[in-house]
Ligand binder design. Structure first.
Ligand code: GUN
Length: 296
């Protein structure tokens, strides 16, 4: 079976070009450009990279962007005050609070404090609930990016058995819901597996599409994959590697060398799902600015 890489980077570039064209039209019409703010607490290496890439991506499509940085001793009350200020700032169309947060801050409290119409991560229970109910919502970026990537790469989903590994609020749970929806871009039969799943390999071997979102490097091995399956790798774990200048190598949740020869299509890490997350965050920001989900 020949392996075909799923080029998330190129697909994300296509989406960003579409967004940039809309922003240019807004500007030409004398309208305000969308403005995304990102809040980063502390110095987690991965988070620093993600947030930097999000801010850069804003600039590339013509958005305004604001990065608010705080030390990791920021109190929960002070973070909630920042969220309230962003909620009330008419200049800001949408904002994200990068996760993970320091241990003394309850992420659920922070997410619930974000105004749903500015929640461009789609993490607020209002957006989650609307998504589950099939109502217009700001959708979480990585799950909607996976659905969009499959659609734009022409990968059939309707009636296919999709096995999702991992049940996080950010990826596993919402992507399992989206993929099971009665949509042109979804309509899968979904099995959600997690750390307590028994006979995991027997289940994953029945999958037409595997979405690996468990956060354990190289967890999905060749014996877990049916020849011809489509494999979507959401993992991005930094594994120490002294031979590299930056001291680490980015590993996905899939043993790429072992699985790629079996898979009909597979996402690389990096360059697969990651760029799609950023493109969908920008799309959410544009939708928020236009009042598409919650009319202004
Ligand atoms: N941490 C890992 N992924 C994400 C994401 O999509 N949004 C935020 N805010 N934090 C994250």
């Amino acid at each position: 079976m020949t392996t075909h890489l799923i080029d998330g980077k190129q697909t994300a570039e296509d989406i960003k070009a579409e967004i940039a064209a809309e922003v240019a039209a807004l500007k030409a019409a004398g309208r305000k450009v969308p403005h995304l703010a990102a809040v980063l607490v502390g110095h987690d290496g991965g988070s620093e990279t993600y947030v930097r890439n999000k801010v850069l991506a804003c600039e590339r499509v013509g958005f305004a962007s604001t990065l608010l940085r705080f030390e990791d001793d920021l109190s929960e009350a002070d973070l909630l005050a920042q969220v309230a200020a962003l909620n009330d700032d008419p200049e800001i169309d949408g904002f994200i609070v990068q996760l993970p947060l320091p241990r003394h801050i309850d992420p659920d409290k922070v997410i619930e404090a974000i105004r749903p119409d500015k929640d461009v991560d789609g993490f607020h229970p209002m957006n989650m609930g609307r998504m589950v109910a099939g109502l217009p919502a700001l959708l979480p970026a990585t799950p909607s990016g996976i659905v969009e990537l499959l659609a734009r790469q022409g990968i059939a989903t309707s009636g296919k058995h999709c096995v999702v590994i991992g049940r996080s609020n950010i990826v596993g749970s919402p992507v399992s819901i989206l993929l099971a929806k009665n949509l042109d871009t979804a309509n899968c039969t979904v099995t959600l597996c997690h750390s307590r799943t028994q006979n995991l390999a027997a289940i994953t071997r029945t999958a037409d599409i595997i979405v690996a979102a468990i956060g354990r490097p190289e967890f999905v091995t060749a014996d877990m994959v049916r020849p011809g399956a489509v494999v979507i790798d959401v993992g991005t774990t930094r594994v120490p590697d002294p031979s590299r200048k930056n001291g680490y190598v980015l590993k996905g949740d899939v043993d790429f060398a072992g699985v790629a020869p079996l898979a009909s299509r597979i996402t690389p890490v990096p360059g697969g799902v990651g760029p799609m997350t950023i493109a969908m965050l920008l799309l959410n920001t544009l939708r928020a600015a236009k009042g598409e989900v919650y009319p202004k």
